[in-house]
Design a protein around this ligand. Sequence first.
Ligand code: RIB
Ligand code: CA
Length: 312
Amino acid sequence: MRKIVIDTDPGQDDAVALLLALASPELDVLGITTVAGNVPLALTQRNARIVCELAGRSDMPVFAGATHPMVRPLVTAEYVHGKTGLNGPELWDPTMPLRKEHAVDFIIKTLRLNRDGAVTLCVLGPLTNIALALIKAPDIAAHIREIVLMGGGCFEGGNTTPAAEFNIYVDPHAAKVVFQSGVPLVVMPLDLTHKALTTRERVARFAGLGNKVGTFTAEMLDFFERFDKEKYGSEGAPLHDPNVIAYLLKPEIYRGREVNIEIETESDLCLGMTVVDWWRVTGRKANALYMRGIDDNAFFELLFERLARYSD
Ligand code: RIB
Ligand code: CA
């Protein structure tokens, strides 16, 4: 089993990623840490616990982390995810506990207890918690197997400004810390996730799984996809975050290249841009495996197969 910690800002697509991870016996989810992003922290930590309860995992350690980015004011995305962050299905007040320990301290402690590259960090939102952990405890960088993150964009441009993708835009300073950390990085950017689109047929497949998880997922996606379908005029919305988990389960469905990526933290016009040296013109050292190719049918078949495993 592969030990992972998932850092997340649920978010409907984050929720699908959590459901995929919790249904996959290959993964040992040591804990879920939450961060302000799509909606404020009070809601992302609540939403993470709702998803754990839906998955029958009220035992899962869930932690609250950063309430705001390192330097920038918090920018949220209710316009995509709705006021709750999980609009679509009927929600409830979770009864499972939120752990008292701060998410950053849990990340540090977990990495120090699992030395020599045992733990993978799966990051689905702004990188604030990860950067704060690396700043507070620089020694942990040597103990991280790799960081697999959803964020950034190059050929697809940005989705929050013309230059920047949301997770990086919200906390560009944190992203800079992570991309300069020397920790092995696998990046799932918009160039990839825009090829993993929900469609009516795929949402119907979730609805037809015959369990609560399938119904909940279909209702989330019905709401989640409306914004991007309108914006891009596409048949569906990019299902961003589950690609981070799917990469751990089926890396062979992805194609990418080791490149150098730097983060813009100064420019007003291009703040949060991932400057991806895809054609290797700078001579800067590669610091990330940047994914652009996906077998999207295999991705969705994995989601259907794993989410079908949940019993009511
Ligand atoms: O830009 C897409 C990313 O921003 C996804 O992680 C989505 O959940 C939001 O956090
Ligand atoms: Ca997210």
